[in-house]
Design a binder for this molecule. Structure first.
Ligand code: NAP
Length: 302
C-alpha cells in the first residue's frame, strides 16, 4: 500500500474549506512532493500555466479540485460565465492529465473531484456509481466532459473520480452562506424542501479522496456522499441545521427568489436534487467519519 503523509487528509480538507491554506501546503511540501492539488496560484502565475510550461513536478499522487465557483451569486449566469465554469474544470483537468501522461515518473494515483450533477435530479430515483447519467443538461454534460478529460491511457497511473455532493464544513462552502440567516432564525428549506439533499462532511470528502489515493484496488467512480444522504431532503437538512443551532428553521426560501438570483438553469442545483448512494465507496472499504447529518452538523456549528 502506498502511504501518504497523515497531513494529506488535513490538506485536502483545508483545500475544500480555504484555498489559501493549500498554497502553504504546496510550497512547504514541494520538495518532498507527494501531492499536487488543484489550481494553486503561485506568486508569478497560476499552477496550471506552470504545469503547461514545466511539466508535472515529481509527485506520487495528484488531486484536482480546481473549478470556478458555479454558485457565485455575484456572477450572472450568461454564456461568458458558463465558458469560465467549463474551462476552469475541463481545460485544467486536460492540462493536468497531459502533464501526468508525459511525466518521466508519473504519479501512482490520480484523483479528480467532480459532482453528483452527473445524475438526473429526481425525488425518487436512487443512483449508485453504475447508474446512467451525464447527458441530459448543462451540468451533467459538464461532468461527463470533465471526467473524460481525466482519462489517462495505459496503466501507469491509477485513476479515480469522486462525484461529490454538497460539501459541509466549517468556514467555507455551502454552510458559510447559510449560517448567518439560520443563526438569526431566518433559515428554512429551499423551494418545496422535498428535493433530495446529497451531502458529505468535508472531512469525509477528503477521506474518500485519500482512500482512493491510498487503496491500490480502487479505481473508477466513487460517490462522495454520506450513507445517510439518500434519505435526506432539503427540509430535513434545514430542520437539522436549525436544531444544531438551537434556532427555528421554518422560513422557506421561495423558488422564484432562487431562480431570480441564480437563473433558472443554475437554480436547479438548489431546487432539485439527487438521491445518491455511496455504494462503491462503502464496498471499497471507506469508513465514514460523519455518516449521519446530526453528528456532521454538530461538528460544524459547535
Ligand atoms: N464544495 C462543494 O460543495 C462541491 C460539491 C461538488 C463538487 N465540488 C467540486 O470540487 C472542487 C473543489 O470545490 P471547492 O468547494 O473546494 O471549490 P473552491 O473553494 O471554490 O476552490 C476551487 C479551486 O478552483 C480554482 N479556480 C477557481 N476559479 C478558477 C478558474 N477560473 N480556473 C482555474 N481554476 C480556478 C481555485 O483556485 P485559486 O485558489 O487559485 O483561486 C481553487 O483552487 C470544484 O471543482 C467543485 O466543482 C465542490
Amino acid at each position: 500500500m502506498v502511504r501518504f503523509p497523515t497531513r494529506l487528509q488535513e490538506v485536502v480538507t483545508l483545500k475544500m474549506a480555504d484555498n489559501k491554506q493549500c498554497e502553504l501546503f504546496f510550497d512547504s511540501f514541494n520538495r518532498t512532493s507527494m501531492l499536487c492539488v488543484g489550481n494553486i496560484k503561485t506568486k508569478q502565475s497560476s499552477f496550471v500555466d506552470e504545469l503547461s510550461r514545466s511539466g508535472l513536478p515529481p509527485c506520487d499522487a495528484a488531486v484536482n479540485l480546481a473549478g470556478e465557483n458555479v454558485l457565485n451569486p455575484l456572477r450572472r449566469w450568461d454564456d461568458a460565465f458558463r465558458r469560465v465554469v467549463v474551462a476552469s474544470r475541463v481545460e485544467t483537468t486536460k492540462t493536468l492529465t497531459k502533464a501526468i501522461a508525459e511525466a518521466e515518473r508519473p504519479p501512482r494515483a490520480w484523483v479528480l473531484v467532480t459532482g453528483v450533477g452527473y445524475y438526473r435530479p429526481s425525488p425518487t430515483a436512487e443512483y449508485t456509481e453504475e447508474s446512467p447519467g451525464g447527458d441530459f443538461d448543462f451540468f451533467s454534460r459538464l461532468v461527463s466532459a470533465w471526467e473524460a478529460a481525466a482519462k489517462i491511457p495505459g496503466d501507469g497511473t491509477r485513476q479515480a473520480v469522486v462525484r461529490s455532493g454538497v460539501v459541509l464544513g466549517k468556514g467555507g462552502g455551502a454552510i458559510s452562506q447559510m449560517l448567518w440567516p439560520f443563526r438569526l432564525g431566518l433559515g428554512g428549506p429551499v423551494g418545496s424542501g422535498l428535493q433530495p439533499f446529497p451531502w458529505i462532511h468535508v472531512r469525509d470528502v477528503a477521506g474518500v479522496v485519500c482512500h482512493a489515493l491510498e487503496t491500490e484496488g480502487v479505481r473508477g467512480v466513487l460517490n462522495g456522499v454520506s450513507p445517510a444522504s439518500p434519505g435526506t431532503s432539503n427540509a430535513d437538512f434545514a430542520r437539522e441545521l436549525g436544531s444544531a443551532l438551537g434556532r427555528p428553521a421554518l422560513l422557506p426560501l421561495p423558488g422564484w427568489a432562487v431562480r431570480g438570483v441564480f437563473g433558472a438553469e443554475r437554480a436547479v442545483m438548489l431546487l432539485e436534487g439527487q438521491r445518491v448512494v455511496p455504494k462503491r465507496t462503502l464496498e471499497s472499504g471507506y469508513c465514514f467519519v460523519y455518516p449521519d447529518l446530526p453528528s456532521a452538523l454538530q461538528d460544524i456549528v459547535c
